[in-house]
Design a protein around this ligand. Sequence first.
Ligand code: AMP
Ligand code: MG
Length: 486
Amino acid sequence: MTTSPVSVALTTSFADTLPELALAWQAEEAPDPTLLTLNEPLAAELGLDPDQLRTPEGVAFLLGRSVPSGARPVAQAYAGHQFGGYSPRLGDGRALLLGELTDTEGRLRDLHLKGSGRTPFARGGDGLAAVGPMLREYVVSEAMHALGIPTTRSLAVVATGRDVRRETLLPGAVLTRVAASHLRVGTFQYARGLDDLDLLRRLSDAAIQRHHPSARDAQHPPRALYEAVVAAQAQLVAKWMLVGFVHGVMNTDNMTISGETIDYGPCAFMEAYDPACVHSSIDEGGRYAYGNQPAAAEWNLARLAEAMLPLLHEDQEIAISMAVESLGTFRPLYVEALLSGMRRKIGLPPSADGAESTALVEELLGLMEADHVDHTSFFRALGQAARGEVEAARSLVVDLARVDAWLARWRALGPDAAAMDRVNPVRIPRNHLVEEALDAATAGDLAPVERLLEAVTSPYDERAGLERYAEPAPDQFGPYVTFCGT
Ligand code: AMP
Ligand code: MG
């Protein structure tokens, strides 16, 4: 065991190129830190030594208390539309960007803390986070990654030894998060709000360099950047829809420029297929319901276009018509991504007859909605049905005549069962399992979180002993509500 400081080269390119958006700040002290969970494969990918991260110096690094030389932690400024209402100044109220590091594959990644104490952006908040919500982000983001969905990653959760006041007193924690960057739609909105064209240009250039480098050589780089973000978000939201993920708080400050999923607050996975599915206690109107997510993303992208207008054209009328045209690419891209994903889920080749496979998908979703069919179990059971064993799928449906007719029509197309098993997960982080594991962790027992992590980070292979992680919530679990009081 070594106790020397973690030696890692953190760069400060965000703070250097966009100083107007970076406020130098320091993480709060943790009275009695304990490492709760460390993502060893991710540490290795980042070129960090897991054994060293487990030492007291390593934990101090994960908490932002031991800052490598050359690094300069900052709170990032951003704005955002929250449930449709605009806040010109949000920013990292309880988070810090420690710096960027180049991973073992040469990619620049942000190292970021959540729950590291109040910053000047904290407004009324305490700057802290509780163990449960930080482990929730860790588990769900790692599950999303295992499902092949672009997402921020979780490197570690460290309990601080300080209690956090929510409805009750809860143990506090800091999440160490890794992201392609933390540039958000809200970052552009903030820059636009400062009415500083030079800043907006630097932000656009930084986003191009970091996330969408091909835009640099386009005829109109900012417009190409905008269209690249539209395309990345269309792909991302289609992927959410295909696994039944409900983000829960798709505010513009929670939408990245990179196309990674970010900010796992009141998120949850849908069980019974239902476009109106919503879990978040603060989303009373169902603005961010499962079926509204594509429209919410498109709305957010319109706000990004507004923020970028001065970069599109100096004549505002022309800029608006350019933005409208570019935003118009969202729907066809989304529909294509969703339909091709759905074709894969039912084992049909991308070359399958478009009209017939679309009709099959629509009929299937109608049937699932009518009979409240568990989304994850049913698609997985269809893999068996493709092999001729239809009972598992039939057992999940009430209207047997309807499903039999569908199965016959579909099987006549020769679905590829093995291909289906590679895209239809057996295990997702089901809400009752997440709650059970987080409750145990809050009470000091981390074993259920570790088992859940193992189950959801190997989502596609059927494994003996993990059967309960594949089952829908028992009836008595009731309607699932998540809280943003994270
Ligand atoms: P979120 O809804 O988690 O995306 O956060 C929205 C805004 O509220 C961001 O500016 C956060 O930094 C801020 N925020 C959330 N929780 C806290 C907290 N406990 N203390 C300070 N700021 C917070
Ligand atoms: Mg947020």
